[in-house]
Design a protein around this ligand. Structure first.
Ligand SMILES: O=C(O)CCC(=O)C(=O)O
Length: 232
């Protein structure tokens, strides 16, 4: 039985590792020191140029789901998540302090949320990756910079944030001196499209680094519910 559980876990890991292709940036990056930034309510960037470059490719919808919908999603997910342990020593150390699952079938309350996500985030008629990916980050968890695999995911990534605010950082792969910070508020939806998804790494910052425009954004346990389309 133990062996079966181990094999199933390994298979799930391999699946998600194929989805995520990791790229790392230096811890000494000047970005961490908060150089001049252009600020608005949910997007903060190192320069006007980079803001212009991602216009239309990074989208954010505050309060995309209601408190009742957040509760409904949590109620469906929590029993399954609770059975798993947070993993802090992943062999490739790419995600730290997480547990994850995927889900194909949802109750009616949740299904209506996904209908709305599909409507606003994905090009009409595009095929979505069947199961929705659910990532539960412990308060001490974080995701290092990576680009999702082009082999398994298409042009668009759309993520709902449950339980906590967090900071997502995007860095252009060809210029690690530039950056964008997205303030992903609880119950919001973010959408990364085309170049923002292919040419920028994205990361979820750890609590200690979680600042937006100079303000601390406490990172608690956070569940993200991520939809992707398939490559064409
Ligand atoms: O938790 C999130 O919203 C981001 C997840 C992520 O980086 C990914 O699945 O590629």
């Amino acid at each position: 039985m133990k062996l079966l559980v181990k094999a199933a876990k390994q298979a799930q890991r391999t699946y998600f590792q194929r989805i995520l292709l990791y790229r790392f940036t230096s811890d000494n990056s000047p970005l961490r020191k908060g150089l001049q930034s252009t600020e608005c309510q949910w997007l903060c960037a190192s320069s006007q140029e980079i803001l212009t470059a991602v216009r239309g490719l990074v989208e954010f919808r505050q309060n995309f789901i209601s408190e009742a919908e957040e509760k409904a999603l949590f109620k469906e997910l929590e029993p399954g998540l609770r059975k798993k342990r947070y993993e802090f020593d992943h062999w490739d150390d790419a995600i730290h302090g997480f547990r994850e699952t995927e889900r194909l079938q949802w109750g009616d309350d949740c299904e209506s949320v996904f209908r709305r996500v599909r409507e606003v985030a994905f090009p009409k008629g595009s095929s979505l990756l069947g199961p929705v990916h659910v990532l539960d980050l412990d308060k001490a968890g974080y995701i290092k910079p990576h680009v999702d695999s082009v082999k398994f995911c298409g042009s668009t990534i759309a993520g709902l944030s449950l339980l906590s605010d967090s900071i997502m950082r995007l860095i252009p792969e060809n210029n690690s001196a530039e950056w964008l910070n997205l303030l992903l508020s609880r119950r919001s939806l973010y959408i990364l499209r085309d170049d923002a998804r292919f040419k920028y790494t994205h990361a979820i910052l750890k609590d200690e680094e979680s600042f937006f425009a100079g303000q601390k954004v406490p990172r608690h346990r956070r569940i993200s519910v991520i939809c992707r389309n398939l490559p064409v």
